[in-house]
Write a protein that binds this ligand. Structure first.
Ligand code: DAH
Length: 340
């Protein structure tokens, strides 16, 4: 009996040693130790063994089982360790390899400037009003003191959708909506797209404007000037100053054109400022009484100032872009250079 057990043991160990994978170990385990295994078969035959020999035979069987189990476990651990090693090998990362280039995107220059402007005005307490791109003739012109036969309508070539509807030519249309909907104090900016039948190196049929409107007790041109001074320093640099030149807009009285001192040459005269030392950046003025009254605001009690600027123009000045088309062609070689 002892020899038989010894044989089972040796054969099992040989098979375990020669096995090539965990599957084989499972096979050996069931063939020797399983319900129908060789050792189990011996135990079943215990009744044939003389009773006095049974404890001894039982002990041999147990020793054999333990020995085989120990080797099975050992081999199984070796297989698992090898599998892990192979996995690590396969997943090994060489941290010294050059990284794969990650393309980084950036916002469009017009969006960048629009965000900068919005941040500056928001920090001064302006709220944002987003108007609509399709407007009525009334909001775009009539309510802005620009009657049907007003010569100022010639200043802008309008895309009319019908005699009544048009693509807004100016964000100023938003002023009227705000003043109709809200009582003073009013302090809003209104950024958005505007449309004009106009197309050359500095004009595009679609461009972006930022309108501003402040209406409250005792607002004067001085308030406008003070605010613009701060605005110009924050967008163009802290050494910049502003000057107002008389101008004309139907919806403001007086009306001004706002220049900033040239931020490239500091006012000495250069190509950017065409030798004048000044750069025109926006139109503005004190809101015309007729506009306030038309919106139901008592012009005896309240006054206001308004301003409007072209965002593409600011972007072109800031980033030295000489043709507005570069802002609409989406050429990545251009757009990638501007990441403010
Ligand atoms: N809407 C004018 C334009 O498109 C710009 C402008 C000028 C807006 C004076 C204003 C303003 O609010 O007061 O040329």
């Amino acid at each position: 009996m002892k020899e038989k057990l010894q044989k089972i043991r040796e054969q099992a160990i040989a098979e375990i040693e020669n096995s090539e994978g965990i599957d084989k170990l499972i096979e050996v385990r069931s063939a020797v130790l399983g319900k129908k295994g060789e050792l189990t078969a011996i135990l079943k035959k215990m009744k044939e063994v003389a009773p006095e020999d049974r404890p001894k035979v039982g002990q041999w069987v147990n020793e054999t089982r333990e020995a085989i189990e120990a080797i099975l476990d050992e081999k199984k651990k070796a297989f698992e360790a090898e599998a892990l090693r192979l996995r690590y090998e396969k997943e090994k990362i060489d941290v010294t390899m050059p990284a794969e280039r990650q393309e980084k995107g950036n916002l469009h220059p017009v969006t960048q400037v629009r965000n900068q402007l919005t941040d500056i005005f928001a920090s001064m307490g302006f709220e944002i009003y987003e108007g609509t791109e399709i407007e009525t003739d009334y909001y775009n012109f009539t309510a802005l003191n620009t009657a049907k036969d007003h010569p100022a309508r010639d200043m802008q070539d309008t895309f009319y959708l019908s005699p009544e509807f048009l693509l807004r030519t100016q964000t100023s249309a938003g002023q009227i909506h705000v003043m109709e909907e809200k009582k003073p104090p009013i302090k809003i900016i209104s950024p958005g797209k505007v449309f004009r039948s106009d197309d050359d190196a500095t004009h595009s049929p679609m461009f972006t404007q930022m309108e501003g409107l402040v209406v409250d007790h005792g607002i004067t041109l001085c308030d406008l000037k003070g605010m613009l001074e701060e605005f110009a320093r924050r967008i163009f640099g802290k050494n910049v100053t502003t000057r107002l030149r008389p101008s004309y807009f139907p919806f403001t009285e007086p009306s001004v054109e706002v220049d900033v001192s040239c931020f490239q040459c500091g006012g000495k005269g250069c190509r950017l400022c065409k030798g004048t030392g000044w750069i025109e950046v926006l139109g503005a003025g004190v809101v015309n009484h007729r506009v306030l009254e038309g919106c139901g605001i008592d012009a005896e009690e309240y006054s206001g100032f308004a301003f409007g600027m072209g965002i593409e123009r600011i972007a072109m000045l800031k980033y030295g872009i000489n043709n507005i088309k570069l802002l609409f062609e989406s050429d990545l070689r251009v757009l990638k250079q501007i990441d403010d």
